[in-house]
Design a protein around this ligand. Structure first.
Ligand SMILES: *Cc1c(COP(=O)(O)O)cnc(C)c1O
Length: 240
């Protein structure tokens, strides 16, 4: 890696860590916050460099890209899957990642359960909530969250450990807070009813443009990509 690139990543991380600490100190609910590096389009060398400086949690969101980088990144600490997961790709992901953050249908839950059972493992998952109730986005509608947790409780080879959300794109940073606040309320309710045996239920929300707002509203896992690595340059053939 060029020295200039290394310095950029290091300085970006320094700034994020400072902001994370400040937001943590300013919130009423206290608690810790983990930083997940969203590493789509980022090469393994840069991922490992950044992960050493942020606690070692990373997230990939496309199956082919996860698989192509897997051997180089698998010992980083924790690897999460954070993108939409098609049922026909479940068998490539289960057993490889520590947490699937994007459980968004019963069909997907059934398939993760089946594949995990075949491997003799229990897979940790987060239920993705579509907090902005956007047509084009995946995720369980807020009003259906409780019913969904009830229904997936029959699957013995998956273990729900929390909630993930992607807020709608907002013009003003402050607008994010109401989405995150609403997600936090759902999280508290679900934690009490369905996650009482989980030591630290996970609330994954906030990205590069909104992680401070998410922390102020109770996130304990934030997912940052461009704020660490710079703007992504997509190569069309790799982008799906
Ligand atoms: C890319 C991505 C992020 C991070 O986005 P940035 O704006 O680059 O911080 C977070 N979550 C998911 C699911 C992503 O795909």
């Amino acid at each position: 890696m060029e020295q200039e690139r290394a310095l950029l990543i290091e300085n970006n991380i320094k700034e994020i860590v400072e902001r994370v600490e400040a937001a943590k100190a300013a919130r009423p609910m206290g608690g810790d916050v983990k930083i997940l590096l969203a590493t789509k389009t980022v090469c393994p060398e840069d991922i490992l460099y950044a992960a050493e400086r942020t606690g070692g949690v990373i997230g990939e969101n496309r199956v082919p890209e996860l698989l192509s980088k897997y051997e180089e990144i698998k010992d980083v600490g924790e690897v999460h899957f954070i993108g939409h997961l098609q049922t026909n790709k479940v068998k490539s992901v289960v057993g490889k990642v520590d947490l699937i953050e994007s459980l968004d249908s019963l069909r997907l839950a059934a398939e993760i359960d089946r594949v995990s059972g075949n491997l003799g493992i229990v897979s940790d998952v987060l239920v993705e909530i579509n907090i902005g109730e956007e047509e084009a986005k995946g995720g369980i509608m807020p009003s259906e969250a409780e019913d969904f947790f009830e229904k997936i409780s029959v699957f013995k080879n998956i273990r729900p450990v929390g909630i993930m959300t992607m807020a709608p794109k907002c013009e003003e940073k402050s607008e994010y807070r109401r989405y995150f606040r609403k997600t936090y309320e759902i999280f508290l309710d679900i934690s009490k009813k369905y996650l009482y045996n989980i030591i630290e239920p996970v609330l994954s929300m906030g990205m590069s443009d909104s992680y401070e707002e998410a922390i102020l509203e109770g996130a304990n896992l934030i997912r940052v990509g461009s704020a660490v690595f710079g703007q992504r340059t997509y190569v069309t053939s790799e982008s799906k």
